[in-house]
Design a protein around this ligand. Sequence first.
Ligand code: ATP
Length: 371
Amino acid sequence: PWNDPEAKPLIECRSITKRFGDFTAIDNINLNIYEKEFFALLGPSGCGKTTLMRMLAGFETPTEGKITIDGQDVAQVPPNKRAVNMMFQSYALFPHLSVWENIAFGLKREHAPKDRIEERVAEMLRLTRLEKFARRKPHQISGGQRQRVALARSLAKAPKLLLLDEPLGALDKKLRQDTQFELMDIQERTGTTFVIVTHDQEEAMTVASRVAVMDAGEIMQIATPADIYEQPNSVYVADFIGDVNIIEGNASPMAGGPEGAINIAYAEGQDPVQAVATTPVAEGEKVFYAIRPEKITVSHQPDPDRANHAFGKIIDIAYLGNISTYRVQLASGKLISATMTNSRRLTRRAFTWEDEVWLSWTRTAGVVLTK
Ligand code: ATP
């Protein structure tokens, strides 16, 4: 929906700033979130993710700017009157109430008709696969099941928008991964717009249709996970998502090269990197070339099909089963990481420590960044 020019956003944030005293937690943010999106706010601790989410929920008021939810300016709308629910990291389940009663809580408080409550809770129990646990108390179920109760409870009143603050933070890694797929499935089946706050880039990339990468109260980039990974707009974003090599150097247009082709001189005695810039770069401009380790091949001879080559020595190997990452030191001292898939029939390592190897990559393998 975000790439449909006719689509109307469910949430619009216009020039939102939030100050606590003289500290600016959110600095002039603009953001549209569309219906049925699974949107992630991603960033390091303290960047303002929770503050932004609390403003959407109505627990905080922006110092400046305007938030519209479903076409309505919500400045004067208290949290319980917004078509929004928020699921907290702590889940905040009532320990003395059963799973069934926890899920029914919001509906009961609103004095919904009894059969409506019965029907809705049954539906939520089915959705979250908790039918068998309806009578248990929170302490009688597992952490993953508690997480699902909290989700069922948050969805019981069918909010248009569900805000999830680090919803999987309390789960261990394996369960977290399984639960990510469950969350995606539930989001799709209910069609509710989900906004998740996380500092875990893998989690954001797995679950979200779009990701906003934040830093110090600002949104650095909003894009699909693939675009965030392949087309980061800054060194900050490239570095925050996955592994990346950053080569800093001075650009010059490549004579006779394709459109946007540039050379990046980066170290004494090293051939310049041949790259393609998507935005114009001035002669001599300082640029950052960001290239993912898996875009670089390691071999005993330079790969003639690739424009870029560098020679160096393997100083570290991280063996991860399916892949190995080699850290290669160039004559200039620069370290480059390159990841290779390990062949299934490998009985001995293809490369070992101290091996002198060639790194090869194509002109379009990396991105040219100016900040
Ligand atoms: P985390 O992942 O650690 O929760 P976050 O990105 O969610 O971090 P926020 O909780 O939004 O960060 O906080 C952003 C900044 O605003 C922090 O520096 C925090 O100390 C500050 N802050 C948040 N709430 C208040 C408050 N009520 N009064 C003063 N400062 C606050």
